[in-house]
Design a protein around this ligand. Structure first.
Ligand code: ATP
Ligand code: MG
Length: 356
């Protein structure tokens, strides 16, 4: 411990000096002229300063003069005169033959019932390693984000290529049925490719549904609607965001239901409109795809649910939602409804279902 003791230090003063000396945090106790009264041993070790020899010297003369920083002068003087306290001031300490250290300095004038004698406590934290670690972490996070975008970009490109191959094959085949299947497969792949593009542009890793559904329906309309004056697709809804997982399922459901409406609701190119709507209230949400076409019961193959129906049902189950089909007269509305019910014990002691 380095101390400049008064002629006959009191027990209280000795205790105070012993506390400074034993502090694990590097600190200095200064007088009103910014001379060292005591330096903790940890300060001496951390900054290669002779703690014993520090006593009585100006703080700016410590070491090889590396503490003689103009900003530290003005800040410590302002603290000693009571004008300001250094909350947290960062300086670079350039020691001869040592790498530069980034320090956080805190200084405060001690209030201890003697207005005549000024005492300033200066604590020093070496944050060099913490700053390096922070920078490393930031660099790694940035690298991860770039890699993720790169992967998403590549996946989107690959899906685009697969979709193009399917479309090309659909154009070349002779059988109408095979062409329809290939076109549907193309649209299903496009639905995922659209989602990939949305994910690539989202920094949060989640997906805003309205723009996603809008893009999805534009791509479905572009490949399936022959006359845009006859049929159109409209998207409405709130500004819900969902996780990538949920958006995959919702996107595929929209794809199936819009394809169904375009394929079955408007035979002989009759005019009509398809509406896609998503609304959420807390944990509850409803996705509805409706049309003003001929209605499901009038469709020729009404009795035979195809692959589309099983895809929609499986995805709805995955989302803990139920599928409700309504005859709109005119048209059909298919709603995917997720209702979360709070578990409250009913009178007969049975716990009701949580999600329908
Ligand atoms: N919006 C709609 N308007 C009129 N009929 C519909 C509508 N949606 C579905 N249908 C009828 O329901 C049937 C079953 O639909 P589903 O999606 O399961 O099979 P699909 O569309 O025929 O074949 P897939 O989906 O496997 O390509 C359809 O064949 C059609 O007759
Ligand atoms: Mg279908």
């Amino acid at each position: 411990m380095a101390v400049r003791l008064p002629a006959s230090p009191s027990v209280a003063e000795k205790l105070m000096l012993a506390m400074v000396a034993s502090s694990d945090a590097p600190l200095l106790l200064l007088d009103g002229d910014l001379r060292v009264i005591a330096a903790s041993n940890s300060f001496g070790r951390a900054f290669q300063v002779d703690a014993a020899g520090a006593s009585g010297r100006s703080v700016f003369e410590l070491g090889a003069g590396e503490w003689d920083v103009p900003k530290l002068h003005s800040l410590l003087s302002a603290t000693a005169s009571g004008q300001a306290a250094i909350e947290a001031y960062e300086i670079d300490l350039k020691g001869a033959g040592r790498e530069t250290r980034r320090l956080v300095i805190k200084a405060q004038k001690l209030e201890y019932g003697d207005a005549e004698v000024t005492r300033v406590l200066m604590t020093v934290s070496d944050v060099t390693d913490a700053r390096i670690a922070e920078r490393l972490k930031e660099d790694m996070l940035h690298e991860k984000a770039v890699l993720l975008q790169e992967v998403q970009h590549r996946v989107a490109n690959s899906l685009q290529i697969i979709a193009s191959v399917l479309l090309q094959s659909a154009r070349n085949v002779k059988s109408d049925e095979t062409r329809t299947h290939l076109n549907d497969a193309h649209n299903r792949v496009m639905s995922i490719a659209t989602l990939q593009r949305q994910l690539a542009s989202s920094r949060l890793g989640d997906v805003e549904l309205h723009p996603y559904f809008t893009q999805l329906c534009q791509s479905l309309g572009a490949s399936m609607i022959r006359d845009h004056n006859q049929q159109s697709i409209e998207v409405s809804g709130d500004n819900s965001r969902v996780s990538a997982d949920v958006s995959v399922s919702l996107g595929l459901i929209v794809t199936e239901l819009v394809i169904n409406a375009l394929k079955h609701a408007f035979p002989e190119d009759r005019p009509g409109k398809i509406m896609v709507d998503y609304q959420s209230h807390g944990p509850n949400w409803t996705l509805c795809v409706s049309d003003d076409g001929i209605g499901m019961h009038s469709a020729p193959a009404a009795a035979t649910p195809g692959l589309g129906t099983s895809i929609v049902e499986a995805l709805a189950r995955q989302l803990h939602a139920s599928v409700r089909v309504a005859d709109r007269k005119p048209g059909t509305a298919v709603s995917i409804v997720h209702v979360q019910i709070a578990a409250v014990d009913s009178a007969d002691g049975q716990v009701p279902e949580r999600a329908v």
